[in-house]
Ligand binder design. Sequence first.
Ligand code: NDP
Length: 296
Amino acid sequence: MELLDGQLVSRTIKEGLRLKVAQLTAEGRKVPHLAAVLVGNNGASETYVGAKVKACAEIGFKSTLVRLDDDISENKLLGIIDDLNDDPDVDGILVQLPLPKHISDEKVINTIHPSKDVDGFHPVNVGKMVQGLPTFISATPHGILLMLEHYKINTKGKHAVVVGRSNIVGRPMSILLSSNTPTGNCTVTICHSHTHNLAEICRQADIIVAALGRPEFVKADMVKEGAIVIDVGITRVPDSTRKSGFALKGDVKFDEVAPRCSYITPVPGGVGPMTIAALMKNTFLACEERNGATQI
Ligand code: NDP
């Protein structure tokens, strides 16, 4: 069994970007600028946004963190996004999800200009991704592909089972794995909460992507010997032995599943850091595109 080390791969990608930014700075050109919008004070969201802002600093990107109260009106938030759309210095905009219940995720996502949608959630970018056109690919599936590429994992002809069909993880993952690309060409089964015989379907998988948000859901008896297991899930579960009061659990029961796998991602330290690396790559691309260096 080999561990797919998201920390390591993410560091390598960020270092590559850092060198490119140093080059931009040396040439007196604009460096990428990511604006992150955080509504409310959800602990997990604070952590994720904090990690993204920190990654910007490590690479040399400019970042702006826009903190908003959780009772902000939807209209006001949409107006703030419009201002960021109009700001010529801002290359990428991300709005950390989930949002408070009175705000529509869909309206917010649709308001971000597609050319600044570095999370790759806007329908225009999702449509391009589905058609295999160059675009921002949503950060988590993109990060997973970058990891498969780094470890030179051959996906061609493999049966991939994606558990979860959300717009931000499961659905794009299923499309990308089925695409005619070096990290695609899989035969894909996508599962959800209405799937019958989920365990049996998982046992047929050469690749399992677990993205359902149910801690330790995937057990050893659901995994065939030699499978590749990508654990997207991150759930905070109460743990009184820790100072924070919680532990992070993936969707895979790591201890019993790992010995059966050829490759597996740990939680934390697997998909999470790769999501950030992919977001940074998208932000760099957005900046290049705005400067006319690349067309997406
Ligand atoms: P959602 O809650 O939006 O989607 C969960 C999906 O899992 C749904 O499609 C749901 O089915 C399906 N599902 C839920 N329970 C079951 C079940 N018992 N059997 C089969 N399918 C089930 O979650 P997200 O996609 O946003 O996130 C999934 C997990 O990944 C979460 O733990 C989240 O924290 C984590 N995550 C991690 C990231 C990272 O960077 N590592 C980034 C993004 C998310 P249905 O559609 O029928 O309801």
